[in-house]
Design a protein around this ligand. Structure first.
Ligand code: PMP
Length: 362
């Protein structure tokens, strides 16, 4: 069976070696005569899996000891509620500041306004979120309980290269579409969260990394299963967690470790993105949509100079084994999501296809 190159934004391609390993041990995990999805979340075997996940994450992301790792239900958008419920009360004014660099930040801001006041400090909506606006730290409302950013904007192909400096006010980052794709200093953040379905594993669960002094401020009405303190106290097992997703993540993290870790994968990711951007920049037929200074190395977005060729482009790409290149419905155009598991040869195949398509139709 030949596998396609899946450029979808998520659920995204996972490493083939990971899937093979999961397949191999699916019916008989660890010689137990049982599948990993059939064993108790309170068994010694699952305990070993979740502990392995914790230690691999700590090592790969260089998570300092004063941060807690949580596996939280509901994926990334659930944390648009989870973060304000846990942190809006950090300061009495119940305000949170948002950097609107894309639709996910807009959604997070709206959700937080159920629990307090959302301040939208900057926005690049005027230019279809194609850049990261400048922000002056002296503009920060000091009554804010936290500042929220989307570190990588999945729809628009932009990212924060340098994170805003917010002093004593905790910085919260939605890193769903880039966590573990580049080295970051965790100490800059109060909370990092990421849905699993891009670089970490299957959809439906979010990884939350929180500085421990930020635990314990949840609003009284916070549902227990969104209260980060409850997750911390019970090692994310207050109820039956998604054991299979955590198991899959442990395999993905082992794979990343075997690749040489985050520093190594960042070099590879940059090489993959450069291949695509260089080709686009040297073509009159394709046009990148993100500002060159703010480009993502995970989501490469571009248009065809003749938009009426888009559906042919997507159809022929699909036939050539290059899957899910359609831009988000809110944006249009083409988006190549090239997460950690996308091999360099997938990007080469895409460039070869683009070159041929331009030759035929350009
Ligand atoms: N934030 C970002 C940056 C995303 O890319 C996505 C999904 N593409 C989400 C949030 C929403 O994730 P979920 O579907 O897990 O709620």
């Amino acid at each position: 069976m030949s596998r396609i190159f899946n450029f979808g934004a998520g659920p995204a391609m996972l490493p083939t070696a990971v899937m093979e390993k999961a397949q191999k041990e699916f019916l008989n995990y660890n010689d137990m005569g049982s599948s990993v999805i059939e064993i108790s979340h309170r068994s010694a075997e699952f305990d070993e899996i979740i502990n392995r996940c914790d230690s691999l994450l700590s090592e790969l992301a260089e998570i300092p000891p004063n941060y807690k790792i949580l596996y939280v239900h509901g994926g990334a958008q659930m944390q648009f509620s989870g973060v304000p419920l846990n942190l809006i009360n950090y300061k009495p004014a119940r305000k949170a500041t948002f950097m609107l660099t894309g639709n996910w930040a807009v959604k997070a801001s709206k959700e937080a306004s159920r629990y307090g006041t959302s301040i939208n400090a900057i926005s690049s909506e005027d230019a279809s979120f194609s850049y990261i606006p400048k922000w002056n730290p002296s503009d920060l409302d000091l009554e804010s309980s936290y500042v929220h950013i989307t570190s990588n904007n999945t729809l628009y192909g932009t990212r924060w290269h340098k994170f805003p400096e917010t002093g004593d006010i905790p910085l919260v980052a939605d890193m769903t579409s880039e966590f573990l794709s580049r080295k970051i200093d965790i100490n800059q953040f109060g909370i990092i969260f990421a849905g699993l379905q891009k670089n970490l594993g299957p959809a439906g669960l979010a990884l939350v990394i929180i500085r421990e002094d930020l635990l314990g401020h949840a609003l009284p009405e916070t549902p227990s299963l969104l209260n980060y303190k409850v997750y911390e106290e019970q090692h994310s097992l207050a109820n039956t967690n998604n054991t299979f997703a955590i198991y899959m993540m442990s395999l993905v993290l082992e794979w990343l470790n075997e690749q040489g870790g985050v520093g190594k994968i960042e070099i590879e990711n940059s090489r993959k993105a450069a291949l695509l951007y260089d080709f686009i920049d040297n073509s009159d037929f394709y046009e990148g949509t993100a500002h060159p200074d703010h480009r993502s190395i995970m989501n490469v977005t571009f248009n065809l100079s003749e938009n009426e060729l888009l559906s042919d482009f997507l159809e022929q790409a699909r036939a050539a084994g290059l899957y899910a290149l359609k831009g988000h419905r809110a944006v249009g155009g083409v988006r190549a999501s090239i997460y950690n598991a996308m091999p360099y040869k997938g990007c080469e195949a895409l460039v070869d296809f683009m070159r041929e398509f331009e030759k035929d139709r350009g």
